[in-house]
Design a protein around this ligand. Structure first.
Ligand code: FAD
Length: 500
């Protein structure tokens, strides 16, 4: 292979994650990497919750938790608690847990119960009693097991995104990545229309073989200069704005993200070691920025406070091609599915990994772009559908926002089939398998979502469970989870070990 030069435009989380992953993956190859960023433009500075995939990222670049977590005020995340998304009695809240190996014993009971309850039998169909992560979150415990508890536990993190960016920049530079601080003003193309060089301040040109666009929502290379189109998801994901406000951390550090449905959207509450990050994601079609800020301030007890709020716009959808000519879009420049399940950095990681695989497979050429584009587009659509389901199955009637979401019939065929399978009492795992979409969200996530909202026959329609239907002993499961949880420490105590 001849030498290659990869130019990454953007020093936000996406740019630095890409730089680290590429540098580490090809450390034995003759590949030079530069990251260009403009300190005047800055980064978006939100994006503080992760999926378990982020652990795989940090493990791959060999940065231990004991090093990065204290530097980024990071905490552990067992999953997400959804509050007030459903009004069905007994189902006003539920937890979406990250999977843990001990669930192998208890989850089958939940699958069984939710299946039988859909057929009209009165069994416990709420997901919460069946998952270890849910219990750990309820108890504000960290998902780090004592050494004598040898089971795999998946977990995510919460972190300060600005601090994470600085740390990742240091790591990438240690891998030999060049850091150029300047503003890109123009693009010089070759005769095929591919990018030959980025034209920066003072006319400085940075040339390369591959250009990675991590320029954020501006999508400077992909959408602006290469004119790649954008597929908006606004038809069935209405939210396009957010307002962000921090509050102080209390004595108990939660080990979960809290997601609370509000009048025209929902708010996140993300615990860091030094503060709680809060944000209200809403649709500007249904409420203006002052209304949104006032609603969030009221919820946080900040109506009389002079803590400044930040307002953001979001462009929800995906680019029509994630890799076009010699340019690959990664991060907000490639698209965004609103932050309800905190999937953006997960997608960043998957996109970089797919690029690495497709580029290398085709002998470091752009011939692998079609495969990459297909994989990324499918992933975006699958994640979008899981997020859309949260809105479509809501039972709130208090505002036009929620009623319009519940009446939204612009669903993809895939989501339509999933929801139909559930309400018709058929086997949901089989349907996800048939569509081959359980690799994006596993069956347990879909089950927790639909059961968590209480999408079952009404209570008066249910018949009492016979002994045959009631084949799992719920008390035994509760006791099993309680005893498993004895192997986990209080979250704050666990985090304190980093500074011992
Ligand atoms: C409200 C909200 C909540 C979110 N919550 C989550 C979450 O919980 N979890 C999650 O995973 N993700 C979340 N995200 C997404 C997450 O914030 C982003 O995916 C992540 O921060 C990566 O952003 P980025 O690097 O693509 O863009 P940015 O952070 O915007 O970085 C863009 C970079 O490009 C540079 N740049 C742009 N133009 C030029 C130019 N002309 N010359 C030089 N440099 C330039 C900028 O200086 C900057 O360095 C959220 C997003 C929003 C909007």
């Amino acid at each position: 292979m001849n030498s290659r030069k990869i130019v990454i435009l953007g020093g936000g989380t996406a740019g630095w994650m890409a730089a680290n992953l590429i540098a580490k993956s090809w450390c034995d190859k003759d590949i030079r990497i530069s990251v260009i960023e403009s300190p005047d433009i800055g980064i978006i500075g939100v994006g503080e919750g992760s999926t378990p995939q982020f652990k795989a990222f940090m493990d791959f670049i060999e940065v231990p938790e004991s090093e990065w977590m204290p530097k980024c005020n990071a905490t552990y995340k067992n999953g997400i608690r959804f509050v007030n998304w459903s009004t069905r009695p007994g189902f006003e809240q539920y937890f979406h847990p990250f999977p843990a190996q001990p669930d192998d014993y208890s989850a089958p009971a939940f699958f069984h119960n939710s299946f039988v309850r859909r057929k009209g039998v009165d069994l416990e169909g709420h997901p919460d009693p069946f998952f270890l992560a849910t219990y750990l979150a309820e108890q504000a415990k960290a998902p780090i097991a004592a050494e004598n508890f040898p089971f795999e536990i998946n977990y995510g993190y919460h972190f300060d995104s600005a601090k994470l960016g600085l740390l990742l920049a240091e790591k990438a530079k240690a891998f030999g990545v060049e850091h150029i601080q300047t503003r890109v003003r123009d693009v010089r193309k070759d005769t095929d229309g591919a990018i030959a060089a980025l034209v920066c301040d003072a006319g400085q040109e940075v040339s390369g073989d591959i250009f990675i666009d991590c320029s954020g929502f501006s999508s400077l290379l992909m959408q602006k200069h290469l004119q790649v189109g954008f597929e908006s998801f606004s038809n069935n994901l209405f939210n396009d704005s957010a307002v962000v406000l921090p509050t102080e951390q209390g004595n108990v550090i939660a080990s979960e993200t809290l997601s609370v449905a509000r009048k025209h959207g929902w708010s996140w509450h993300i615990p860091l070691t030094n503060r709680i990050g809060n944000g209200y994601v809403y649709s500007s079609k249904y409420c203006d920025k002052d209304q949104a800020e006032t609603e969030l301030r009221a919820a946080l007890g900040l109506l009389d406070s002079d803590v400044e709020a930040r307002h953001l716009n979001m462009k929800v959808g995906q680019v029509k091609e994630h890799w076009h000519k010699n340019c690959v879009a990664i991060g907000l420049s490639q698209g965004f599915i609103e932050p309800l399940e905190a999937t953006a950095l997960h997608i960043v990681q998957e996109t970089v990994q797919s690029f690495i695989e497709c580029y290398q497979e085709q002998n470091f050429s752009c011939k692998g772009k079609d495969k990459h584009n297909q994989m990324m587009s499918q992933r975006y659509q699958a994640i979008r559908d899981y997020i859309v389901a949260h809105y479509r199955v809501n039972s709130r009637t208090d505002t036009p926002y929620w009623r319009d979401n519940a009446n939204n019939n612009q669903l993809s065929k895939s989501l339509f089939d999933v929801l139909n399978t559930w309400v018709q009492g058929k086997n949901l795992s089989d349907e996800l398998d048939r569509q081959d979409i359980d690799k994006y969200y596993p069956s347990v996530s879909w089950h927790c979502l639909l059961a968590g909202y209480g999408i079952y026959p009404e209570q008066h329609q249910l018949v009492a469970a016979s002994q045959a239907a009631n084949k799992h002993d719920l008390n035994q499961i509760r006791e099993y989870i309680r005893r498993c949880a004895l192997n986990f420490a209080d979250h704050r105590t666990q985090l304190a070990h980093f500074t011992d």
